[in-house]
Design a protein around this ligand. Sequence first.
Ligand code: ARG
Length: 453
Amino acid sequence: MAKKMWAGRFEKATDKAVNDYNSSLPFDCKMYAQDIEGSVAHSAMLARQGIISQEDADAIREGLLSIKADIESGKLTFDSDAEDIHMFIEEELTSRIGDAGKRLHTGRSRNDQVALDQRLYLVDEAIEVTDLLDELIDTIVDIAKEHLTTYMPGYTHLQRAQPITYAHYLTAYIEMFLRDRDRIEAAAQRANISPLGSGALAGTTYPLDRESVAEALGMSDVTHCSLDGVADRDFAIEFASAISILMMHLSRMSEEIILYASQEFKFYELDDAYSTGSSMMPQKKNPDVAELTRGKTGRVYGDLISLLVIMKGLPLTYNKDMQEVQESMFDVIETIKGVLPPFTGMIKTMTIRKDKMEAAALGGFTNATDLADYLVRKGIPFRSTHEISGKLVHYCIENNTTLEKLSLDEFKKFSDLIEEDVYDAISLETCVNKRTITGAPAPETVKKYLESL
Ligand code: ARG
């Protein structure tokens, strides 16, 4: 085992089991690019401030970039007993450029270094996640535009309630995903602040120019308390919670895809390329992508809860427990990046059964409210019209028919104010098209909304 950089005050080498237990290299190696980026910015500033020579800073920069290139070409691998990615890179740097490498860590601690790396990593990944989310939103918007007049039942309690359109239904998810996008961006913005210069916990006596390092790294500010700079991971928790809410939305949509693709609903037919079969039952076509999305939602919630629980009892400032934050944070990122592409593909390729949706909208007395409203317009108070409409529904159920199929004579048995114009008033088209206020399902309203995006 290589000698530890902190071995000065120790008489014994680290136990092999402790070394393995302690090591974060197997997972924090993901942040090699951010670690190098931070070190390049830090060393350049050290030279600007006259803390190290420009020659040393140049050598450090060259060395770090060659390490990055070698990692990316596969020439340099992480099979090392280094304690973490920070030690790994610094050891490698020193073996390549000698003493100049040992000057890199001046005025810095791994405590502020790891906080920086995690923030930079999260900001980079957030961009990838929002790009993937944008593809999903664009896909849904395109589909919605084609279904402005595809009627379907809207549900409450999973009982048919009132007629809407499929485009209107989809705008619900567009709204949710747009808010998710905002939340992810806001979390990334709050993470994009440099803790470098916090040192181990109490800052440093070197005249560091923290602001210029933040600027070089594209960060919007520096942290304003060194203790907080090394001790908090709320940025990771905030990101995980934004992703958890996104997963909740994806999971609800998944649940509906599973239902709507069932033989009982038949609103959707999933594309063969996005469904799976059964090893035993030849007829099966299963919505695995939607089910896995629903399942992975639980996994991301687990990560969020892990993060909250890891952090909740820690005294200020740094504690090694915080190393555990990384794996949960990485898992959130990997999971959402794995979820979104197949989910979008499934949505893009599934067949929307307009006929089945419309038949369902016609079938469930979803126009009963509009019948009551029709009678309100004839001067009857709503509470009474609600009852009349309810009695008519009951009559239809008894006689195995629907409201729009009743004759005028039948209608008149319930209220002699009902006239020929009732048929127009309770048609599916009228029920939907008259709902023109902002947020309502009328095709012109939904079209305007979709165009505004
Ligand atoms: N691998 C460590 C982590 O992720 C880096 C910081 C180590 N700091 C320390 N004081 N031991 O937390």
